[in-house]
Design a protein around this ligand. Structure first.
Ligand SMILES: Cc1cc2nc3c(=O)[nH]c(=O)nc-3n(C[C@H](O)[C@H](O)[C@H](O)COP(=O)(O)O)c2cc1C
Length: 388
């Protein structure tokens, strides 16, 4: 087993093991990828303030997200097609998250179904909902998540229409992949991936196939999904979805203080400051850059979480120090999964946890709940002077 010391190590191994089509799907942003790049480069601009001669014994990273105890303020973000990065990917990631003590969020666009994940886990996970035009389908999806005992509904608000990722079009992204000569040549070098896929029956979008009328060819489903997102989604509909669910609701994809106030109005239990990992509006600001403004607007009234660009425990520390109550990792856990399956997701969580714990200590803090702006050095112009 290779020695893995960083998320970057997992990424390199993932690149060598997963089919190119799925690596590219993960490792891309929309259009020029400006927002995708700035999600990580903006974290680098913030520095940590070293303190010395402070007792650093008895440290803890334990805290709560929406009232649930977490080993550290990091959840696994919903990632579509996780089961194409590694056979049974969603089940494996959910198991790793459960053992580590952090929340797992299952995407509507997962390969393993809600029921598959529920069957292989013992603690409630979170379910992410994309709203589709077919209201019956949405209702049934919500009912299935309730039946599976999911403890939160994460409603994604920033994807009714797809940001374009050039590589996905060029690669002919589909699940399962269409066996063109280029794909066959690529798969010939990814034997681990192929062996895993041959041994599982979970190779299509199992939350959807068999649950929507008129889909017989699973490979046509990407097109179906693209055409069936509900373009009319508005705050009234969000409020209705909240009512339909009846439990905790997290609104994902908030990047503007005005929208954060609307989220508050509809009674969200938490919001996720997110630009979908730079996959939707290219040219949008990075999540970490807009976080302070959103915290100023609603931070004392609703739990504010953040994702997009987190690749290390230092990044988690920076987001928490700014005021986020929780963070999510998308690509960082996918790198682990694609590299080494469940063990890889566990390794990704261990790497981030150690980085968080040690960096927190070196900033003179022992309890993640005591971490605040005091540990940060933020450039004066970090927020920027943007004119609306
Ligand atoms: C390959 C991939 C697929 C994704 N699929 C979904 C999805 O199905 N639903 C969703 O709400 N967000 C989805 N996202 C966005 C993530 O939930 C999250 O916002 C993003 O990955 C955070 O950025 P990071 O990857 O830099 O951590 C996806 C992200 C990636 C990388």
């Amino acid at each position: 087993m290779p020695v893995i010391t960083s998320i970057d190590d997992l990424k390199r191994l993932y690149k060598s093991r997963a089919p190119k089509m799925f690596y590219d799907y993960c490792e891309s942003g929309s259009w020029t990828e400006q927002t995708f790049r700035e999600n990580t480069s903006d974290f680098d601009k913030i520095r940590l303030r070293q303190r010395v001669a402070v007792d650093m014994s008895n440290r803890t990273t334990e805290t709560e997200m929406i009232g649930e105890k977490v080993a550290m303020p990091v959840a696994l973000a919903p990632v579509g097609m996780t089961g194409m990065q590694h056979a049974d990917g969603e089940i494996l990631a959910a198991k790793a998250a459960e053992k580590f003590g952090v929340p797992f969020t299952l995407s509507t666009m997962s390969i393993c179904s809600i029921e598959d994940v529920a069957e292989h886990t013992t603690k409630p996970f979170w379910f992410q909902l994309y709203t589709m035009k077919d209201e019956d389908f949405v209702r049934r999806l919500v009912d299935r998540a309730k039946a599976a005992n999911c403890s939160a509904l994460v409603i994604t608000l920033d994807l009714q229409i797809l940001g374009q990722r050039h590589k996905d079009l060029k690669n002919g992204l589909s699940a399962p992949p269409k066996l063109t000569p280029a794909v066959i040549a690529d798969l010939a070098t990814r034997w681990r991936w192929g062996m895993g896929m041959m041994q599982t029956k979970r190779r299509e979008f199992r939350n959807i196939v068999g649950h929507v009328k008129g889909i017989s060819d699973p490979s046509s489903l990407m097109a179906w999904t693209g055409e069936n997102f509900d373009l009319t989604l508005d705050w009234d509909k969000v409020a209705k979805l909240k009512e339909m669910w009846g439990g905790k609701v997290i609104l994902k994809g908030i990047l503007d203080a005005e929208d954060a106030k609307m989220a508050l109005k509809v009674g969200a239990d938490a919001i996720i400051v997110s630009n979908h990992g730079g996959r939707q509006l290219d040219g949008a600001l990075s999540s970490i850059r807009v976080l302070p403004e959103i915290l100023d607007a609603v931070g004392d009234q609703v739990e504010v979480h953040l994702d997009s660009g987190i690749r290390s425990g230092q990044d988690v520390l920076k987001a928490v120090a700014m005021g986020a109550k929780g963070t999510y990792i998308g690509r960082a856990f996918i790198y682990g999964l694609g590299a080494m399956g469940e063990a890889g997701v566990t390794r990704a969580l261990e790497v981030i946890h150690k980085e968080l714990d040690v960096s927190m200590a070196l900033c003179g803090k022992r309890d993640i709940k005591d971490v605040d702006r005091d540990v940060l050095l933020v450039p004066e112009d970090f927020g920027g002077r943007w004119q609306g």
